[in-house]
Design a protein around this ligand. Structure first.
Ligand code: SF4
Length: 175
């Protein structure tokens, strides 16, 4: 069975202005205060050590996840500070995969990277089954749309190069 790891960061009740009776995050998380920046670093480093010792051929990736509050309800500068810390570890550790999604809608390839990649250089390549490089784009936005209407039906591979040796391949079927 494939193994996926989440590194949990608890931001106890932060970003939420409500107080629902069934949702006492201070008790549920066992952590009365939200994690601060130093707590986030210590938690990530602790879990990286644990996960590194368990990684094997069945491991499919590790993500950093924020729980116990409403992340998108955080004040924007705080949200970005937290994401920036997470991104430092994404860049420094091979075990953590950057968050992105790839969709093909009406032959428009939509690539959405998590917000911390905004302004960072990412190189996108498209290869066919013969390994021929059909397209190369350098982008520095977290939202990319590429017109693939000229491409034939078939199986392709997308390469995402985030720099710092972070390279990911994804399959793409154009039909
Ligand atoms: S996080 Fe959601 S469920 Fe919990 S108190 Fe806030 S609004 Fe209610």
């Amino acid at each position: 069975m494939k193994k996926h790891y989440n590194i949990p960061i608890f931001i106890t009740h932060s970003g939420c202005k409500n107080n629902c009776v069934f949702c006492n995050q201070k008790i549920i998380t066992g952590q009365p205060e939200s994690s601060g920046e130093q707590d986030i670093r210590e938690t990530i480093e602790k879990f990286i050590k644990i996960i590194s010792s368990r990684i094997d051929g069945n491991s499919v990736g590790t993500e950093i996840a924020f729980f116990g509050g409403s992340f998108t309800g955080l004040e924007r500068t705080q949200m970005l500070r937290f994401l920036k810390i997470a991104n430092e570890y994404i860049n420094e550790n091979n075990i953590i995969k950057p968050e992105y999604s790839i969709k093909l809608i009406d032959k428009q390839l939509i690539i959405t990277l998590s917000e911390e990649f905004e302004g960072c250089k990412t190189t996108i390549n498209l290869y066919n089954l013969l390994g021929e490089n059909l397209l190369e784009l350098n982008v520095n936005s977290s939202n990319v749309s590429i017109d693939l209407s000229e491409f034939m039906v078939g199986l392709y591979f997308i390469k995402l190069d985030f720099g710092n040796s972070k390279i990911y391949f994804e399959k793409l079927i154009i039909n």
